[in-house]
Design a protein around this ligand. Structure first.
Ligand SMILES: Cc1cc2nc3c(=O)[nH]c(=O)nc-3n(C[C@H](O)[C@H](O)[C@H](O)COP(=O)(O)OP(=O)(O)OC[C@H]3O[C@@H](n4cnc5c(N)ncnc54)[C@H](O)[C@@H]3O)c2cc1C
Length: 494
């Protein structure tokens, strides 16, 4: 099979190598999916072949856009018969090249879920919602607000990512501390298996201990075991009260000590606890040059308390912070006086991912360690960068309440991108080594995708490798579902 490739040359222009898909295959796909259901020309495929960050440019023989579950099944059946590899794609906001082929599976079709975007049922009585996999996360969040409910999954990409992509990547975000990751929020799934069969795992039941919990296989599988077409999620009462404060602290040690005290001191009502190194403010200003930092201190903390009950959160937070300031744990604190001010605080945190993408190529990580090891991780990582790669800038921020740090490293602005990428690969390896030595994980929430498959695979124990391979072979014996993602293609899986 011949494919369309879009890749960058050194001048960052796009070079297109356009071949094509055999006309009979294209005709068969168009027959199945109808008008608007297939894109096979470079112009119409372009947006599906570049990821959100612009870091990764991919290839595909065609982009399929089924508009119903039956069309997903029909397309998958045909691809299975033809031996065509399939790459499920949601909002394409993933940061590890899981939804685009970066040269490992030339000859694949992308199956975009964007036309499968209906909210099926909002059940306020049972606090559940069923939606097509292609629904944008923000649309789901907005829709349940009408019923005085909350769907708590919250991340910077929520205006573009899809609920199916959230399930497939087991997304985390800023409210994991209180509500858990996508895995904890999903009640049921509907999945088209690699041979086109449909597994309907919807029951609406929150407790169901019959046999294997199959949905958990597909959550976080990054589209390697099947295509999620529907998701049923838990809803929560909408918090009537939310209090947000932006704090300045002298060190990451102080931030972790504060977190420990806050969990108890705030009656376990914390819904977010984010830390930001002051060096990250430069990134926030790349998104909004008018960003005003509420505090001046080496480490910033964004803390949010929320409750749906009549709890006086304001007094709770003020009293807690007063005592933390008295104990010299907190140097400076600004409480949001309005929803707008709270949103402005969050815009600083949420702008960081976008700001670093705007700056250009950079090393992006998604590390997790035990919460108490966060200061050590950041100190060791900063020392390593300063010592071995002077001129590169460290930027540490993350969901500290979950032990998750995004440690980014930004190249000198005058370094040519190919050189930066070479050095960046060495820096990534160094950061992974530091994390592994602390018993941490190289992927707290973004997943493995294609960019980390080799290192993930290399670090597996033989038993782990055997189990993962057995599962893959059982569900996708022809290995057509998202090849190169999670499993490096050159690896002998059998
Ligand atoms: C600004 C920004 C902030 C972010 N913040 C966070 C964060 O705080 N926490 C976090 O966890 N992530 C974060 N991310 C990463 C990303 O948004 C999440 O991983 C998101 O869940 C991906 O959803 P998506 O629909 O864009 O999936 P895609 O990027 O399209 O795909 C991701 C993976 O899931 C697979 N997939 C997609 N849809 C399906 C489907 N229907 N069935 C089967 N497989 C499928 C793909 O093949 C791929 O392997 C952020 C990204 C950006 C750009």
């Amino acid at each position: 099979m011949i494919c369309i490739t879009i890749r960058r040359n050194t001048d960052t222009d796009l070079i297109m190598t356009i071949h094509g898909i055999p006309p009979d295959v294209l005709a068969a796909l168009e027959h199945l999916l109808g008008q608007g259901g297939v894109a096979a020309d470079a112009a119409n495929m372009a947006k599906y072949l570049v990821d959100w960050s612009g870091d990764h440019h991919g290839a595909a023989v065609a982009v399929l856009k089924p508009a119903s579950v039956a069309e997903v099944q029909a397309a998958v059946r045909l691809c299975d018969t033809l031996g065509l590899a399939m790459i499920p794609q949601g909002g394409n906001t993933g940061l590890v090249a899981g939804a685009i082929d970066i040269g490992t599976a030339c000859g694949a079709v992308i199956i975009s879920l964007e036309r499968l975007n209906r909210i099926r049922v909002v059940d306020g009585d049972n606090f559940t919602l069923q939606a097509d996999a292609g629904c944008i996360l923000q649309h789901i969040k907005d829709r349940v607000e009408d019923q005085d409910c909350l769907f708590p999954l919250a991340l910077g990409a929520q205006g573009s990512c899809q609920i199916g992509g959230n399930a497939a990547s087991n997304a985390g975000g800023v409210n994991v501390l209180r509500y858990g990751m996508a895995r904890d929020l999903i009640v049921g799934l509907e999945v088209v298996l690699p041979d086109g069969e449909l597994w309907n795992g919807f029951s609406g039941l929150r407790k169901d201990n019959r046999g294997y919990d199959l949905k958990q296989l597909f959550i976080g599988a990054e589209g390697t075991l099947g295509i999620i077409t529907g998701v049923e999620v838990k809803l929560f009462p909408k918090p009537g009260k939310v209090e947000t404060a932006y704090l300045g602290l002298r060190s990451f040690e102080a931030a972790i000590a504060l977190f420990r005290q806050a969990r108890r001191g705030c009656s376990d009502l914390i819904s977010a606890f984010e830390i930001i190194g002051a060096e990250c403010m430069e990134l926030a200003r790349l998104v909004d040059p008018d960003t005003v930092t509420p505090v001046t201190a080496p480490v910033h903390v964004l803390i949010e308390l929320s409750s749906s009950a009549a709890v006086d959160l304001r007094t709770l937070l003020v009293d807690f912070l007063a005592s933390a300031m008295e104990n010299e744990l907190v140097a400076d604190a600004v409480l949001a006086e309005s929803g707008a001010q709270a949103r402005a605080f969050w815009a600083i945190r949420e702008g960081l991912v976008e700001g670093q993408a705007k700056r250009g190529y950079h090393v992006r990580t998604d590390l997790s360690v035990r919460i108490s090891d966060i200061p050590t991780l950041i100190a060791q990582a900063r020392d390593f960068v300063a010592r071995d790669h002077p001129g590169w800038l460290s930027a540490a921020y993350g969901h500290a309440g979950d032990g998750n740090i995004h440690f980014s490293v930004l190249p000198p602005l005058d370094l040519a991108e190919p050189d930066a990428r070479t050095t960046g690969a060495a820096i990534t390896t160094g950061l992974y080594d530091i994390t592994n030595a602390l018993g941490g994980s190289i992927s707290a929430e973004h997943g493995i995708g294609r960019t980390r498959s080799r290192v993930y695979w290399a670090g597996m124990s033989p038993v782990h490798r055997q189990l993962v391979t057995t599962l893959k072979d059982a569900l996708d014996p022809n290995r057509l579902m998202n090849p190169g993602c999670l499993f490096p293609v050159t690896e002998n899986l059998s």
